[in-house]
Structures are given as C-alpha cells and as structure tokens.
Design a protein around this ligand. Structure first.
Ligand code: NAD
Length: 246
C-alpha cells in the first residue's frame, strides 16, 4: 500500500501502460483518476479498476485541449482537495521517414506528446507547490535517448519530455515536488500494433533479455517513483528496457 489515499491522475489510462499503471496504483491504495480521449474505453478501464476493489474515477480528456485539462484538474481538486501524483502517460505515434513525414503527422505527435504533457503539468503545478508535495512522472522512451528510424516527431517529443523533466525538477524540487521520467523499451501494447511482425522480431533480438516488456513492468516503475520509496529521486530518467540501451 505504498500509495495509500494518494490522489493520482493518469493520462492515456484507457489501455496499455496507462491502464496497467492505474491498476497498479489502485492496488497500492491510491484513488486513481483515469483520463483518456476514448469515452467508452475510459468507462471500461474504470470498471476494471473498481471490479478489482480499487478506488477509481474516469474523465474524458484530450490532453491537447487546455480547457478540458483545466476542467478535469479543477474537478479533481474540488472533489478530493489535493493532487498527489500526475502520470503524463498519454502518447501517440505517426511514423514516417523525414522525407515522407507530413506536417499533420509532425504536429499531431508534438501536440499530444509534448504540448499535452505541458498542459497537464502546468495545470497541477500550483496545487502541488501550495501543498509542498507532489510527484510528476513523464513518459519518455528509449527513442528519446538514441532516436529511431521513422520517428522524427516521436523521438523529438521523447527527448523533449526529458528536457521538461530535468527543468521542472530544478524549478519544483525546492518546493517539494519531484519530477521524473520513465524511458520504456519496446512494450507489448496496442501502440506497437502498426509495426510489422518481422520488425518486432528484429526488435526482440536487439534486447539483451530477448523479449518485449509488459505494461505491468512499466507500471511497477511508475509506482516506485510515485511512492515515498523514491523520496530522493528527482530529475531522473529510469530506463525500463531489458538492457536495450546497453
Ligand atoms: P497505447 O497506444 O496503448 O495507449 C495510449 C493511450 O493514450 C490510449 O488509450 C489513447 O487513447 C490515449 N491518448 C492518445 N491521445 C490522447 C490524448 N490526446 N488525450 C488523452 N489520451 C490520449 O500506448 P502505450 O504503449 O500504452 O504507451 C503509453 C506511453 O508510453 C506513451 O506515451 C508512449 O509513447 C510511451 N511508450 C510506449 C512504449 C511501448 O513500446 N509501448 C515504449 C516507450 C514509450
């Protein structure tokens, strides 16, 4: 019960790593606010958390829409009186090589993966600073460490999220708010659905552990970083990648 009674917001929580994180946080005793753009999937995800005995509620939020983000944060604050943890997990890919990438593909990824993280973090920062405590966790990627073929837009956002993390850890650390990032390797979630099986096999072969990661393995990292066990961890980028970057 490392997150007992903590009020935790998880974006992109309807599936994949976000859902696994919401479930893990519930199991650790948190009150979890699941946010996603997909209304029915949010309801289903909240249902799964409740069925397992967790305390969870859903909000349909597009993180690119500042008014929706502000309204969600205001609702959480009004209902619970505080915000302890924000996991900026929502993220998308729109892959293409540099010479083929459209401006729409470029802008869509920047909007969700970078602007969305900015929106949500800025929206909770005053509350956390006023409390003198809080944790912001950002979803980076190994692609934000060494780049990736066909992912100009995505890699830029995942490098950018590390820049956010280090900057906010300096700005907010003195106020009692810790900011860290997780850099997953290749994790078995729907985000990999567009990658051909042949390429997935090549990716697995590059991982010293010889397999993809599971969403629960990233959720475990978020739970550690969100908890008081990580009380002196600030501005860090935790790779959870089976040794992929070694
Ligand atoms: P996923 O596609 O399975 O889930 C992402 C969720 O985000 C979806 O439920 C989607 O509806 C939601 N979402 C998308 N746009 C949104 C928006 N504008 N507002 C709110 N919600 C939105 O992805 P995943 O694999 O679980 O990845 C989660 C995070 O982890 C992402 O930031 C991703 O970049 C990062 N990551 C994933 C991997 C991987 O291999 N799966 C590796 C490294 C990093």
């Amino acid at each position: 019960m490392r997150l007992k009674d903590k009020i935790c917001i998880v974006t992109g929580a309807a599936q994949g790593i976000g859902l696994a994180t919401a479930q893990k946080f519930c199991a650790e005793g948190a009150v979890v606010v699941l946010c996603d753009v997909k209304p029915e999937a949010v309801d289903a995800a909240v249902g799964q958390c409740l069925e397992a005995g967790g305390r969870a509620e859903g909000h349909v939020v597009n993180v690119t829409n500042r008014a929706q983000v502000d309204a969600m944060v205001a609702a959480v604050k009004a209902r619970h009186g505080r915000i302890d943890v924000l996991v900026n997990n929502a993220g998308i890919t729109r892959d293409a090589r540099l010479q083929k990438m459209t401006l729409e593909q470029f802008d869509a990824v920047i909007d969700v993966n970078l602007r969305g993280v900015f929106h949500c973090s800025q929206a909770v920062a005053d509350t956390m600073v006023a409390q003198g405590s809080g944790v912001i966790l950002n979803a980076s990627s190994v692609v934000g460490i060494y780049g990736n073929f066909g992912q100009t837009n995505y890699a830029a956002t995942k490098f950018g999220v590390i820049g956010f993390t280090k900057t906010w850890s300096r700005e907010l650390g003195p106020k009692g708010v810790r900011v860290n990032a997780v850099a997953p390797g290749f994790i078995q979630t729907p985000i990999l659905d567009t990658i051909p099986d042949k390429v997935i096999d090549q990716l697995k072969a590059e991982v010293p552990m010889g397999r993809l990661g599971k969403p629960e393995e990233i959720a475990n990292a978020y739970a550690f970083l969100a908890s008081d066990e990580a009380s002196y961890v600030n501005g860090a980028v935790l790779e959870v990648a089976g040794g992929l970057t070694v």
